[in-house]
Design a protein around this ligand. Structure first.
Ligand code: F6P
Length: 363
């Protein structure tokens, strides 16, 4: 079965493990005598066709340990809604998807492997509906995609956040302070819950549980009675007070699908400080959570996702996403996954463990 031409792109925010998927796709395809081409910066490479690079075993060997993506990514390049500046200087949105399909066909590609989160996989699915054979690979540090038990990039983000929380204990203890750490995760609390629990946080605030700031303060002050004069609070960026809404920094750049969340850590710190009188500081971990080398877990699962995606091409299993269903990889229809953010189930074992450990979840 020789001669296939595979295109691969990476969309949305980068996540540790993207390069490992690329390496596995190229190596597995090469074994079958197939060629792989990297489409640069999401779909930009299929609009401006000099932004396509041939990926060979020589060019990708060893990249699995590297963070980021060697072919670039963007979270504002939706070809169905491409931002363009009009003559009056206004931003307009145009559907340039036909051009993408036309270039894909003209270049003789047999399949596109799209590495992305919910937004990018929705675009991939829309191209599938236009007749393009696509396969999705679940990428996001937020771990908020359904159909798979985990997305790649999440384990690395949790490890980085846990290490940061570990480091805050000594400085918080030295100053008898409350430290509030804001972590990423959008509308799901996976990063906050898992890193907060592993890092020994006193309070963990997640989007799934609206928090009561009085209860948070009460918990912190109860610690004082037990001789613990410092506290660590972990807040997922999408956490919101009871009756309130998520705090956002704005819409971000033109063409971006999602609000840019951020600010809940500072809000919570101010409330704690004014209500308890305790010295309180806040910090935002931000993009540190996406940077650097993937963990062993992310590397391995990404290599497995990449190899499984190539097997799916062999079986002509298009319009599907590779998913981890331990111990196996399976294929799930993209339409069953997109638009359904996977949140932390309130009856999950991690939530129960947090409660049994005496962690305040803000309720
Ligand atoms: O979806 C991944 C993510 O890192 C979110 O956790 C975060 O809200 C968002 O992307 C940040 O986006 P940007 O990289 O555009 O600032």
């Amino acid at each position: 079965m020789g001669g296939k031409k595979i295109a691969i792109n990476t969309g949305g925010g980068d996540a540790p493990g993207l390069n490992a998927v690329i390496e596995a796709v190229v190596m597995s395809a090469d074994r079958r005598n197939w060629e792989v081409y990297g489409i640069k910066n999401g779909y930009a490479g299929l609009l401006n066709t000099n932004e396509i690079v041939r990926l060979t075993p020589e060019s990708v060997r060893g990249i699995s340990i590297m963070g980021g993506t060697i072919i670039g990514t963007t979270n504002r390049g939706n070809p169905f809604k491409m931002p363009v500046t009009s003559v009056t200087g206004e931003t307009e949105f145009r559907d340039v998807s036909d051009k993408v399909v036309e270039n894909f066909r003209r270049l003789g590609f047999d399949c596109l492997i799209a590495l992305g989160g919910d937004g990018s996989l929705k675009i991939a699915y829309d191209f599938f509906k236009k007749g393009m054979p696509v396969i999705g690979v679940p990428k996001t540090i937020d771990n908020d995609l359904g159909g798979t038990v985990i997305t790649f990039g999440f384990d690395t983000a949790v490890s980085i956040a846990t290490e940061a929380i570990d480091r805050l204990h000594s400085t918080a203890r030295s100053h008898d302070r409350v430290m509030v750490v804001e972590v990423m995760g959008r509308h799901a609390g996976w990063i906050a819950l898992n890193s907060g629990l592993s890092g020994g946080a006193d309070v963990i605030l997640i989007p799934e549980i609206p928090f009561d700031i009085d209860k948070v303060c009460k918990h912190i002050m109860a610690n004082e009675l037990h001789g613990r004069h410092y506290a660590i609070v972990v807040a997922g960026e999408g956490a919101a007070p009871v009756g309130g809404t998520e705090i956002a920094k704005g819409k971000g750049e033109a063409g971006r699908q999602e609000l840019l969340l951020g600010g809940v850590g500072e809000y919570v710190a101010k409330e704690i400080s004014s209500r308890t009188g305790k010295d309180t500081r806040s910090l935002v971990l931000g993009h540190l959570q996406r940077g650097g080398s993937p963990t062993t877990f992310d590397r391995l699962v990404s290599l497995r996702f990449g190899a499984a995606a190539v097997r799916m091409i062999e079986m002509k299993n298009f319009g599907k996403m590779v998913a981890l269903d331990p111990p196996e990889m399976k294929a799930v229809p993209l339409e069953d996954v997109i638009g359904k953010i996977r949140k932390v189930p309130l009856n999950s074992d991690n939530i129960q463990t947090a409660r049994e450990m005496g962690v305040c979840l803000g309720d």
